[in-house]
Design a protein around this ligand. Structure first.
Ligand SMILES: [Zn+2]
Ligand SMILES: [Zn+2]
Length: 261
């Protein structure tokens, strides 16, 4: 299994073992990650096949991974998702259509399509296969590889300088990251410091809410210079309590995470 997926799974298992408010979410996410890693491995190890980048062409292969994910959700998911998974197992055509719809017009509420396409899009990114049929808006606030929206931001130490770190955004579709300016809203591009606000609690010392008063959107920033062993996608879910704070103040998340927070 690739180191990327292993890293996510190990971190999710570790944090799920803690008694935190996000225990249930993380336990489910750890199982989801296992299913996604399985999808990724089955795509990667497929003989004589590389993705074309055009989902319409690749969908027969991608959909062969659907039952494994659906079974995982049926077994470990919250009740509503579990029954949806059961229904989709009986009617696979519906999900195949949702995959294409999500590819062309992504939405963070299309849980199954998003969960299935993340390992596919990651495999495209790793094989540098340009995505096709996905002509999204673009711009510096979208993933330069696939056009996806940012799931979160993270700070990591710069190699050679004493600067406090560089900020990257992580793509919600292909899970790769791109460098982004530090004091700018990742949703609307607002730069005026007075319009940008941050919230941080001692419980999650390495995580903060990065919100914008111009567009009323937010995402979470994971500071790896404070906690190097954090894994952004997983720690973002671990700190679900911070989302509550943001929602209570009227901010909307730029992109809900895979467990719907
Ligand atoms: Zn992307
Ligand atoms: Zn904004």
């Amino acid at each position: 299994m690739s180191t990327f997926w292993n890293k996510q799974i190990e971190r999710a298992d570790l944090l799920a073992a803690e008694s935190s408010g996000a225990k249930g979410l993380l336990t489910f996410y750890a199982q989801l990650l296992r299913a996604q890693a399985g999808i990724y491995d089955s795509l990667r190890s497929r003989k004589d096949w590389l993705p074309s980048g055009d989902l319409e062409t690749d969908v027969p292969i991608v959909r062969s991974s659907m039952p494994a994910l659906l079974n995982t959700v049926a077994r470990h998911g919250p009740t509503s998702l579990a029954s949806e998974a059961q229904a989709l197992l009986a009617e696979p055509e519906i999900l195949a259509a949702q995959l294409l719809e999500h590819w062309r017009n992504p939405s963070d509420t299309q849980f199954f399509a998003k969960a299935l396409l993340q390992p596919y899009a990651r495999w495209l990114a790793e094989t540098k296969t340009t995505p096709f049929g996905r002509e999204l808006a673009g711009g510096e606030r979208a993933c330069p590889f696939c056009g996806g929206r940012p799931q979160l931001s993270f700070l990591q130490a710069k190699e050679s300088t004493a600067e406090s770190g560089k900020r990257d955004l992580l793509c919600s579709t292909c899970l790769s990251s791109w460098e982004f300016r530090r004091v700018v809203c990742a949703n609307c591009g607002e730069e005026r410091p007075a319009k940008l606000c941050y919230f941080h609690s001692r419980e999650f010392d390495h995580i903060r809410i990065e919100a914008c008063d111009s567009c009323k959107h937010y995402l979470k920033g994971i500071d790896l210079t404070r906690l190097g062993l954090a894994v952004p996608l997983v720690d973002e879910i671990y700190s679900a309590a911070l989302d509550l704070w943001a929602r209570e103040r009227g901010y909307t998340k730029i992109e809900l995470n895979l467990v719907g927070v």
